[in-house]
Ligand binder design. Sequence first.
Ligand SMILES: Nc1nc2c(c(=O)[nH]1)N[C@H]1C(S)=C(S)[C@@H](COP(=O)(O)O)O[C@H]1N2
Ligand SMILES: [Mo]
Length: 334
Amino acid sequence: MLIKTIKSSDISEQQVTDENLYHSRRSVLKQLGFLGAGSLLAQSANAAPLDFFSSKKDVVFQQRALNFQKASESSEILTPEAKVTSHNNFYEFGTAKGDPVENAQEFKVNPWQLKISGEVDKPYTLGYDDLFSSFPLEERIYRLRCVEAWSMVIPWIGFPLAEIIKKAAPNSRAKYVAFETLYDPEQMPGQKSRRIGGGIKYPYVEGLRIDEAMNPLTLMSVGLYGKTLPAQNGAPIRLVVPWKYGFKSIKSIVGIKLVEKQPPTTWNILAAREYGFYANVNPAVDHPRWSQASERRLTTGGLLARNRIATLPFNGYGEEVAEMYKGMDLRKYY
Ligand SMILES: Nc1nc2c(c(=O)[nH]1)N[C@H]1C(S)=C(S)[C@@H](COP(=O)(O)O)O[C@H]1N2
Ligand SMILES: [Mo]
């Protein structure tokens, strides 16, 4: 599935790499959609983490990423893979940015079960292999803006959340979507200790309105930088909602439930005054304790670490999503 229209917020891939490379890359992803990871897994029984691409195809991807990096504007340079996978928020593995990469390495993602249930005619469950083979995979370069006022630009691999939902045939009572992270204190030290887990009530839960969930930008991600997701980034499957603050992008999901009422969400439960249900990126509405007007774009560190840029409404995705909030007071529904 290709994104057919190029809008201002899309980082146009044609701009930064030649057409052939672009299309060969796309066909790789298409093939994967048909082949699935199951067959690849069978060949490399214990090889983990599984690369999506055979070595040659992987080179194509790396080259494309390099081309992209060179050609894009400085504020849109891809955040280096090493940064994306070492500066994380995943409180189940600790509250410091460096905790998840350190504490999540033994995290077991296979077998996995993702249950789709609630107000649907056809509830179903996806196993680990199904996550990679049930829906055509595509690559999306998205900005992720954390509420703590830093941001990254990440090449994700995944498929629209809408695909998962449509397959379950939601009924007319399905007005919201509730998500739940794995609850496994034996594997997640933050769930065992309030000190390590920051006092959050686990499992981590999140929610979207049904139109937000069905928006084509809303991605279920199973990989980044051409590889399956590292544990610290939410393996084996996590949400990415690019126009909302990062905390909406819930990791390591085991449950997706279609519901009638607005579901509770983790950060809203913890501090309702600071974190709302909508959490749309909005430079005009400050967090009670700090400004949201600008952000620090994480690039290579060093001098570039001072890369402070203005935050855009809806994180720059307004053209695609602002319509959904027409007539809503976004100061009230923050
Ligand atoms: N289960 C779970 N999901 C989570 C979090 C978390 O602590 N637990 N942190 C959120 C926050 S605050 C952010 S900014 C993003 C960070 O994603 P990244 O580490 O892949 O950049 O994950 C979000 N998803
Ligand atoms: Mo965040």
